[in-house]
Design a protein around this ligand. Structure first.
Ligand SMILES: Nc1ncnc2c1ncn2[C@@H]1O[C@H](COP(=O)(O)OP(=O)(O)OP(=O)(O)O)[C@@H](O)[C@H]1O
Ligand SMILES: [Ca+2]
Length: 594
């Protein structure tokens, strides 16, 4: 779980280095203790500590990889961070909500009171009572520690009564002393809420109970006795075979697709946060640690920088992201599983960030030449720095490397977003997309067919009711009340429309993803032929600008999109029109599509 400013960030030799004040993590089984040849990691700056929590050694296995490519996936340095910069941050809304809850509304024109200041202007004691049951001792007998993170330690326990009587469970104990801000308290409350809400998926750690006393919060959950994925990677010499990696990824993607459908972004996916239920090789795996996760509305972009350095997506560092950020982290995990090295590596946290933003992972050196082209394509489609071009979790499960006819592809939340944009688009845009859908390859069609059938069409058609029913069928109880209406409201236009499979394809396809397809030129050329036959028409620059919601300043650029010979969109104009125009807004470094 995460706490605001849970670590300090100091500048050493012009490099930002994370100073970790957390407890020491246990050393991975197959990773030797840092020795003479060890390299200090990004967490290695806390004075007075013998072994830094996030030190990482050079590889326990010899690696032929070149300079800049990390030799082993040892423990994550700077595992948790919240960027200690001023807002935008959730601090103010949370403060406002807390004040409201306490019956104190914020003064109309004045600034929102800050929670606490060093100078001590406004200092209000934090309310650390959560309203959870009080007496954990009456129900559970706590035993030895089984794991430790930055914010909590986890103990084995035995249930003394109730449904679980006699069973072993895990109890994550989070100290209230470490909850020093309103945000950190809210984080714990949210972690419990997430665990409760998502409990039920096979690859999600099962939530049982929550308690508190004066000192701690106790989260009682299913005990996973098989250890962390990270330890298994290390015990196998840092690498998995493709088949073994697939078995891991299917589980990760399935639970992540489920979380995304429920509107939850995990934000801290890494091998340390996946636990095996038992020691067996074929043990199922569970995702844990929702301490940094958050709810995200369908069209919302999050802006707080949280996560673990090696696994953080570029758009998180740009402060504008959503669920796609988790897919980047899964790309990093896949890269590590397949080659035993990290794709983005540096000695300092800021160096890792630079690498994430700018470097291209190495796919040339051993063992990559012996890895299948499908596996490489899979990793590349997750490690795309443009989140719009990245595969979603459900798409990843339908990728040729993972695809398996005997395994169902889950409902993809991104379909709802694309269909929403389609039904709101102009007739010309819809015609352009329809033409493109006629040029889709079999791989895309397999995924779209699966999504269409999940909508359970009536006589070959889907309407708003089908989207509603599919959401209700897949949503947890908590999500049914708030999230389902949220999504459906955005798709209102669909109430008066029915779509057959052909039109659904046009609505659900992603132009951005197709543009990175190896055969994009061919796909676009075929699509344009269809568009010429059905859809393309004479259009003026002014009309085109209006279509794209642009002003007169765009006329010069747009005039190049129109063919001089017939006054219709040219091939070049068609592909640009499909894509939309990318502008840079003044307060964001992220391009925005119009
Ligand atoms: N259900 C469980 N069964 C067994 N061990 C568990 C369970 N949940 C957590 N652990 C152990 O406790 C450790 C810490 O748990 P968790 O990751 O939830 O805590 P955290 O303090 O939020 O961690 P982090 O340092 O990643 O912030 C895990 O790495 C794992 O080893
Ligand atoms: Ca953890």
């Amino acid at each position: 779980m995460g706490l605001c400013c849970s670590k300090s960030v100091s500048v050493v030799n012009n490099e930002t280095v994370a100073a970790d004040h957390g407890p020491k993590s246990p050393q991975p089984a197959a990773s030797p203790l840092p020795s003479a040849n060890s390299v200090s990691g990004a967490g290695d700056v806390t004075p007075g500590r013998s072994t830094p929590a996030h030190s990482f050694s050079t590889s326990p296995f010899t690696s032929p990889l070149p300079h800049g490519v990390a030799p082993s996936p040892a423990r994550t340095p700077g595992r948790k961070f919240r960027w200690p910069l001023p807002p935008p941050s959730p601090a103010k809304p949370i403060m406002a909500a807390l004040l409201r809850r306490q019956g104190k509304t914020k003064p109309k024109d004045g600034p929102i009171p800050e929670e606490q200041t060093e100078g001590g202007e406004v200092e209000r004691p934090l309310d650390k009572s959560f309203g959870y049951s009080k007496n954990i001792g009456a129900k559970y007998e706590l035993g030895k520690e089984v794991g430790r993170g930055h914010f909590g330690h986890t103990c084995w326990a035995k249930a003394k009564k109730g449904d679980l009587k006699g069973q072993s469970v895990a109890v994550k104990i989070i100290s209230k002393a470490k909850m020093t801000t309103a945000i950190s308290i809210e984080d714990v409350r949210r972690e419990v809420k997430m665990l409760k809400a998502l409990s039920g998926h096979n690859n999600m750690v099962k939530f049982h109970d929550v308690f508190e006393d004066a000192n701690n919060v106790y989260i009682v959950m299913e005990l996973c006795e098989g250890g962390e994925l990270l330890d298994r990677i290390l015990s196998r010499g840092g690498r998995y075979t493709e088949d073994d990696a697939k078995a891991i990824l299917v589980q990760i993607l399935d639970v992540v697709a489920f979380c995304h459908l429920q509107g939850v972004v995990h934000r801290d996916l890494k091998p340390e946060n996946f636990l095996f239920v038992s020691k067996g090789d074929d043990s199922p795996m569970k995702v844990i640690d929702f301490g940094l996760s958050d709810f995200v509305r369908p069209d919302q972009r999050l802006n707080d920088i949280v996560g673990s350095a090696y696994y953080v997506a570029p758009e998180v560092l740009h402060r504008s992201y959503s669920v796609e950020a988790d897919l980047w982290s899964i790309g990093v995990i896949t890269y590590i599983l397949l080659c035993g090295s990290r794709p983005f590596w540096a000695r300092t946290e800021s160096g890792i960030f630079r690498s994430v933003l700018r470097a291209n992972p190495n796919f040339d050196d051993i063992p990559w030449p012996s890895i299948s082209p499908e596996a490489k394509d899979f990793v590349k489609k997750l490690l795309n720095k443009d989140h719009r071009k990245r595969m979603t979790a459900a798409q990843a499960l339908a990728h040729p490397w993972l695809r398996n006819e005997n395994r169902a592809i889950p409902l993809d939340i991104s379909i709802f977003r694309s269909v929403k944009s389609y039904v709101r688009a102009t007739p010309l845009k819809r015609a352009a997309l329809k033409a493109l859908s006629k040029a889709l390859t079999e791989d895309e069609l397999i995924f779209l067919r699966a999504q269409f059938s999940l909508l359970e069409p009536n006589n070959g058609f889907v309407s708003l009711d089908n989207f509603r029913a599919a959401l209700m069928k897949n949503a947890t109880d908590t999500m049914k009340e708030s999230r389902v209406p949220d999504i459906l409201n955005l798709m209102e236009q669909l109430a008066y429309k029915k779509m057959d499979f052909e039109e659904f394809c046009a609505a659900a396809l992603s132009v951005y993803q197709l543009e990175v397809h190896v055969d994009w030129e061919k796909i676009a050329a075929t699509a344009f032929e269809h568009f010429q036959r059905e859809g393309n028409r004479v259009i003026s620059v002014e009309e085109l600008a209006q279509e794209l919601n642009l002003g007169p300043s765009a006329y010069t650029v747009l005039s190049d999109w129109i063919s001089k010979s017939d006054g219709k969109l040219s091939f070049n104009g068609y592909t640009k029109y499909l894509h939309g125009v990318t502008i840079r807004s003044s307060n964001s470094r992220q391009p925005q599509q119009v």
